[in-house]
Design a protein around this ligand. Structure first.
Ligand SMILES: C[S@@+](CC[C@H](N)C(=O)[O-])C[C@H]1O[C@@H](n2cnc3c(N)ncnc32)[C@H](O)[C@@H]1O
Length: 374
């Protein structure tokens, strides 16, 4: 089977519905899940309905001496050859075909190539990771370097226990939020929001909520590479931002410097570790030089993975006046709201269509502590 449109490869499950209908269906689902906690307006942020994904992974299918992009189950009958993929942003789309032509023209580049990953930015930069089932040698590096020049892209080769970085291992994304430009290094293999257009709207929405939260300091968990942290920091005196991934924390510090922001401390702590540090149950060397007691936290921002919040973190954040919760799974968001809404009230909610043509839904809620009547 061949895919020239959305859908045939199976990763675009809603492609048969027109885009407005998809949005309406997702909004209904979110409205239903939030109904026990919130009956106000849910702002809706649409995506461009094509060319919105800045990262994409394809398998490589070899048949009859030719390599093709493929998706799905790579058995003889189960694979879908990808001829065009309108979901990827232009800097990926423009390079897909020339890359494949180069691979098909070169036995050195094509031998045991089994996957290609693209990571691009709206600035036009593109990073391509080529995955092999064989060790990569100097002849591969020579040809791949020529391909870097031809495609105006950075190439990384990966094989078992081997990673060959020919030039750079990141792209620089530039997002305009409330008329200000923010630069981010997006590293190969690190978490990045896939849809830069919707990401921009998400950050702006979170910034508005941060302004409403009204000063003091911010605690953030699951901060990744500082995607929200950096543009939100000017709403607070100080920010303590935590995250489990060492590489993401390294990128976050670089991004902070790149944007000249000086009031953020990024610390590698899992949410569980952050919670036990704040509860004074454990001390961490990684917090050396940071006095947690000096923070006057008025607001917490969480953006957990699909599993949502762990129990201890969920309890911890009920002690904050303001909670900004960004979620990539409305089911675990609803589960967490069961607890959070006992002490806090939902004041705003939004849906962000990060993943058009799929059932996936990103959302945000803003909670403030309930006033207790004297
Ligand atoms: C949905 S991403 C959000 C990242 C970031 N806020 C952004 O917008 O790019 C979730 C992040 O949580 C991190 N993470 C996963 N499990 C974690 C845990 N137990 N504690 C802290 N961070 C965790 C991941 O490494 C990832 O960066």
């Amino acid at each position: 089977m061949k895919c020239r449109h959305f859908g045939a490869c199976g990763s675009c499950t809603l492609y048969k519905l027109d885009y407005e209908k998809q949005l309406e269906r997702k909004a209904e689902r979110l409205r239903g899940l939030l109904a026990p906690f919130y009956d106000g307006e849910i702002e809706r942020f649409a995506s461009p309905d094509s060319h919105y994904r800045a990262r994409a992974e394809f398998r490589i299918w070899h048949e009859g001496g030719r390599a093709d992009y493929a998706m799905g189950n790579l058995s003889k009958d189960g694979n879908v050859i990808i001829e065009e993929c309108p979901k990827v942003i232009r800097p990926v789309e423009e390079r897909m075909e020339p890359l494949l032509e180069a691979v098909n023209a070169s036995p050195v580049l094509s031998r045991k190539l089994f996957g290609v990953e693209f990571l691009a930015a709206t600035t036009g930069e593109c990073l391509i990771t080529m995955l092999y089932h064989r060790p990569l040698d100097e002849s591969w590096a020579r040809e791949a370097r020529a391909l870097e020049e031809q495609l105006n892209a950075s190439i990384i080769g990966r094989a078992r226990k081997q990673k060959v970085v020919l030039s750079r291992e990141f792209v620089t994304e530039e997002l305009e939020i409330d008329s200000k430009k923010y630069k981010y290094r997006h590293y190969e293999g690190g978490f990045t929001q896939p849809n830069p257009y919707v990401n921009t709207r998400m950050i702006a929405w979170a910034r508005e909520r941060a302004a409403e939260a009204g000063g003091g300091d911010l605690l953030e968990a699951y901060c990744g590479l500082g995607n929200f942290t950096i543009p939100l920091a000017e709403n607070f005196s100080k920010v303590l931002a935590t995250e489990i991934s060492k590489n993401s924390i390294k990128a976050a510090k670089e991004n902070c410097a790149l944007n000249g922001v000086e009031n953020i401390e990024f610390v590698r702590l899992s949410s569980e570790e952050m919670t036990s540090a704040l509860r004074k149950e454990r001390q961490f060397n990684r917090l050396k030089g940071i006095n947690i007691d000096e923070y006057d936290f008025k607001c917490v921002l969480v953006d957990p993975p699909r599993a949502g919040l762990d129990e201890a973190t969920r309890e911890l954040i009920t002690t904050f006046e303001n909670i900004i919760y960004i979620s990539c799974n409305p089911e675990t968001l609803a589960r967490d709201l069961e607890r959070l809404s006992q002490s806090h009230e939902v004041h705003a909610a939004a849906s962000f269509d990060q993943f058009p043509h799929t059932e996936h839904l990103e959302s945000g809620v803003f909670l403030q502590r309930r006033q207790i009547n004297p």
